[in-house]
Design a protein around this ligand. Sequence first.
Ligand code: IMP
Ligand code: MG
Length: 182
Amino acid sequence: MEKIYESIEKVLISKEEIEARITELGKQLTEDFAGEELVVVGVLKGSFIFMSDLVRNIDLPLDLDFMVCSSYKGKTESSGNVKIIKDINVDVENKVVLIVEDIIDTGLTMSHLKELFRVRKCKDFKICSLLDKKERRKTEIHADYVGFDVPNEFVVGYGLDYDGKYRNLPDIGVLKPEVYQE
Ligand code: IMP
Ligand code: MG
């Protein structure tokens, strides 16, 4: 992966740190959701790597599915106008829904999904986000489970993209300024 690292200014969270934190989160979720009918819902594309690592650390029978939401107007700014591009196919009524997200930024995507699942009458709705950029919140939404808090910087890697790229970077990092200017 030498080539891709040429674009990275600094690594914020290493793959080893991510792995260790996901092991902890998995133990916590295994305890908290024991005995529940659990549906884990990943928000694509950003959550695809986190989701696959996380569910392998949840020692419970569970169902899973994915959604695609879109809210971006630019490359790094959310528009707040959240659209569901692809919905889940599983029935969530009376089940516990755990949304898996890569990062909560303004919180607009999550508050939209929270309302959507409230209408669908799930038994409970919980949010697990790998990253949380609390400083940027525009709405009152909080994640029940957070991997790491991150500063107000645009981050990439481990599923997170800039303009569609860098999702395959194994760590989470910040790009060199010239990459954003291109
Ligand atoms: P929100 O609706 O503003 O909370 O936006 C959340 C979504 O914005 C996440 O699912 C990401 O796809 C994207 N996002 C927010 N901040 C970053 C970042 O620093 N890097 C990459 N994607 C981000
Ligand atoms: Mg996303």
